[in-house]
Design a protein around this ligand. Structure first.
Ligand SMILES: O=C(O)CCC(=O)C(=O)O
Ligand SMILES: [Fe+2]
Length: 143
């Protein structure tokens, strides 16, 4: 990723080398009124990267693309990798954090496992210094 972006490796390892990994297992039971219920509300993940396994290959995950909700069709033995808010900030907005949600199904239970890879908890975080040039300023501010 750093090579593709022309970013210094240290700008990434500084944050993620001692990063945190957490996991959420989601179970969406069948729902008699799936049009009236949302499994997981629209959100973006606060992490750097999220890896999702759609456990039992039941459809439900959707991403927002050009203003429309697009289903992410489960593929056997495939993971979904989502960019989270922190990576959007570190890459100075080059990679965008994706808004997504999970719907429920009338007859099928759905299972998913999401693994969140986040930076270390202490220290400064902001756009990678190596991505800021006189022609390209930082899109996010450190507080
Ligand atoms: O159930 C899914 O496919 C998505 C899960 C998710 O977005 C999350 O746990 O943050
Ligand atoms: Fe999520």
């Amino acid at each position: 990723m750093t090579k593709a972006l022309g970013m210094k490796l240290e700008d990434m390892t500084m944050l993620f080398q001692e990063g945190l990994q957490s996991m959420r297992m989601n179970n969406y039971p069948p729902c008699p009124q799936p049009k009236l219920v949302m499994g997981l509300r629209p959100h973006s993940d606060a992490a750097g990267l999220t890896v999702v396994l759609q456990g039992n290959e039941v459809e439900g995950l959707q991403i927002k693309k050009a203003g429309a909700w697009v289903p992410v069709v489960p593929l056997p033995n495939a993971f979904i990798v989502n960019v989270g808010d922190i990576l959007e900030i570190v890459t100075n907005g080059i990679y965008k954090s994706v808004e997504h949600r999970a719907t429920v199904n009338l007859h099928s239970e759905r299972l998913s496992i999401a693994t969140f890879f986040s930076p270390k908890l202490d220290g400064d975080m902001g756009p990678a210094p190596s991505l800021i040039t006189p022609r390209k300023s930082g899109n996010f501010q450190k507080n």
